[in-house]
Design a protein around this ligand. Structure first.
Ligand SMILES: [Fe+2]
Length: 243
């Protein structure tokens, strides 16, 4: 598939020595190269923000500078922005309002993940509270939550509330007999997925991979839809526009 616009990856643990993502700047460099070779031209770095995170915002900004320098060496148009992947727990909204957690590239969008067994009521109420405070939630890797599995009415309800749905590229890359993956592709076809991202953590077993996902998706949606999921919608996040 032709990709002259450059994918935008909005979920990446690419900052070195920050969370369970890149362990060194060397690993970051390798991940940047892999992402670039697959057509990624913009990344929002999203280190985990949870009660165990001990890195403050100034440290994250410092690490961001290092990653930007590495990206610049690959291509001076390779852009890196900062966000966080917020683990939903007591106090996370307060920390966000206090500026201790980053929104996505200084927009109103926030990337939020939940415990895989979180109840739907808590998820819904939590997202409602974020929205009431003026944030626009993107629910990270929706394929992971038991309360949303095969519950399209709930996904629809969260979308109507004002949330956006992100699925990991890897989860969409399974073959015909990977029923979970085939089901997720159906969600894409039904318009219940807004963004695809890599959620890359390293250059080995959780690398930035997109190509296989695109190949599989092309069997059920057109190129325009793929562009929407990997470029148009992510671009709206960067521009702080509603998707
Ligand atoms: Fe993540």
């Amino acid at each position: 598939m032709r990709n002259d616009y450059g994918y935008i990856d909005i979920h990446a643990h690419i900052l070195p020595e920050v969370d369970d993502g890149a362990k060194s700047i060397d690993e970051t460099r390798a991940m940047l190269r892999m992402a670039y070779d697959q057509g990624v031209r913009t990344i929002i770095a999203t280190p985990h923000a949870d009660s165990d995170s001990d890195k403050d915002t100034s440290y994250l900004l410092h690490q961001l500078t290092l990653v930007r320098e590495e990206a610049f060496k690959i291509d001076n148009n390779f852009q890196i922005y900062l966000g966080n992947e917020i683990y939903y727990e007591n106090g996370c909204l307060t920390k966000l309002k206090q500026g201790k957690i980053f929104t996505m590239a200084e927009s109103r969008y926030v990337l939020v993940e939940f415990h895989p067994q979180e109840s739907y009521n808590i998820m819904y109420e939590g997202m409602r509270n974020f929205i009431l405070e003026g944030y626009i939630p993107i629910i990270a890797h929706i394929e992971r939550y038991g309360c949303l599995r095969k519950k399209e009415n709930r996904i629809q309800e969260l979308i109507e509330l004002g949330c956006y749905m992100q699925v990991n590229a890897k989860s969409l890359s399974g073959g015909l007999f990977d029923f979970e993956s085939a089901y997720l592709r159906k969600l894409v076809v039904k318009g219940l997925v807004h963004i695809i991202a890599t959620d890359c953590h390293n250059n080995t077993f959780r690398p930035p991979v997109i190509e296989e996902c695109v190949k599989k998706l092309l069997k059920c949606v057109d190129e325009e839809k793929i562009k929407c999921l990997l470029f148009d919608n992510p671009k709206k996040i960067l521009e702080d526009q509603y998707i």
